[in-house]
Design a protein around this ligand. Sequence first.
Ligand code: SF4
Length: 169
Amino acid sequence: MTTSISGIQVHYYSVCQRKLWLFSKGISMENEYDRVVEGQVLHERSYPFLEKKEQMIDNTFKIDAVDGEYVREVKISSKMAEADRMQMLYYLYQLRLRGVNKKGLISYTKERKTEEIVWTPGDEKKLKDVLHRIRRLLDQPQPPPFRRLPYCTKCAYRSFCFAKEVVEE
Ligand code: SF4
C-alpha cells in the first residue's frame, strides 16, 4: 500500500508513535491544547513574511516557505529538534524527487536561533526506512501502547492516553 505520508506524520513518528497512529486514524482532539497549534500561532505572529510564501506541493505537503536555496520552517522551540530535522529532511527528499535540490533552515522562535539542514547521501536511506516503518505502524489495527514521555503534558492526546491506559512504572 502506498499511502502518502505528510511532514507532520514524519514529525510525530520521531516524537511519539502512538500519537502518529491516533492522528493518522483521524482521532482528533481538536479542543485540546497542543504545542503544534501554539507553534502555528507563533509563526503567524513572528514570521508574517514567511506566511505569505507558504506553499502546497502537489497536494501532498505544505512548507512554510521557499527562500532562495532554502526551504524554511518555523518552530516554537528546539525541544523536538530531531523530529524537526526529520520533517525537514522529508521535505528536502520530496523536493529532490521532483528534481529540486534545496537546503533547509529551521528557525526557533523561543531561542531565536536558526539551524541549517543540509542533505547528505545517507539521508535517503534513513528517510526510506522511516517511511517504511510509518507505513507498517499504520497497518496495525491498534495504536502502540501508552508509554509516558516528557512530551505527554504538551500533547493534545494526553487526556485520551491518561484515561485509557494503566501506566506501569
Ligand atoms: S499523550 Fe503521550 S503517549 Fe499519548 S499520544 Fe501524546 S505523547 Fe504519545
